[in-house]
Design a protein around this ligand. Structure first.
Ligand code: SF4
Ligand code: SF4
Length: 243
């Protein structure tokens, strides 16, 4: 059984519609500071962190776009199960580096160009340090190496984006994140959905909607250990999971 089951997702989408949560989310998005972006897509190189309400918004957007939904799920499965072996771009970035869910892209994507350089680079160093620690843990526990390409991959600070009104401080960025979090808390407080409260990226949310989180993690470890058979195993998973 999936960690986030389909019935709860659909119930939460209804709740979000009836209680104007999507409307409020769009209000937050529409009131974010603006800037000039070349649209190069170079920053679309990870499973960006999102909130529950943003996952529901994207899920809802894809619901009646059968072709895009299936294509996205294929890429999500590739991303997740190959994650220790290969650095892949965000599953929603298309062949022309365009965002396929641009209308409903999450907060972190919208704020990317607004970071101050020193904050951004500090965060980047923290991420690389955590990746290295994680690599060592995995080596000790399961005996495989997460690829260096994955561990050391850096999405470079964007020098091309020009914010209309200057860069945002950390607290300004966090205020927007808090506003989105308030929408999540309505779903949790009203008991609309009961899922483990943990940080998830866009990929992890969708994987949790397909499989139990422990099961998907164990499969991922096995696939990494049996690298030679990974393509076949992932193709099989796609046939089973994508409906
Ligand atoms: S924010 Fe920067 S890296 Fe990202 S698409 Fe815009 S210009 Fe490219
Ligand atoms: S969701 Fe869209 S904007 Fe965000 S990282 Fe993915 S492709 Fe880029």
């Amino acid at each position: 059984m999936a960690s986030i089951n389909n019935r709860d997702i659909l119930k939460s989408i209804d709740y979000a519609n009836n209680n104007k949560l999507f409307e409020n989310l769009n209000y937050i998005y529409n009131n974010l500071p603006k800037g000039k972006c070349t649209g190069c897509g170079n920053c679309c190189m990870e499973s960006v962190g999102i909130n529950l309400i943003e996952f529901l918004n994207i899920f809802n957007y894809l619901k009646d776009k059968e072709e895009l939904r299936k294509k996205s799920l294929e890429r999500i499965i590739d991303y997740y199960f190959m994650e220790f072996m290969e650095k892949k771009c965000c599953p929603f970035r298309d062949e022309n580096n365009m965002c396929e869910i641009y209308e409903v892209r999450p907060l972190n994507c919208r704020l990317f160009g607004h970071w101050k350089k020193e904050d951004y680079n500090k965060n980047l160093n923290d991420v690389t340090e955590k990746n290295t620690q994680y690599k060592n843990i995995m080596k000790g526990k399961y005996g495989f190496d997460i690829s260096d390409e994955v561990v050391n991959y850096k999405i470079k600070y964007c020098e091309d984006f020009v914010p209309d009104n200057g860069y945002l401080s950390k607290s300004e960025r966090l205020n927007f994140a808090d506003d989105v979090m308030v929408l999540d808390s309505k779903l949790f407080i009203d008991g609309v959905i009961d899922i483990e409260f943990r940080d998830r990226g866009i990929v992890e949310y969708f994987i949790d909607s397909l499989l139990d989180q422990n099961m998907s993690y164990n499969i991922k470890v096995r696939i990494t250990k049996e690298k030679d058979k990974s393509r076949r195993a992932i193709s099989r998973l796609k046939r089973i999971l994508i409906k």
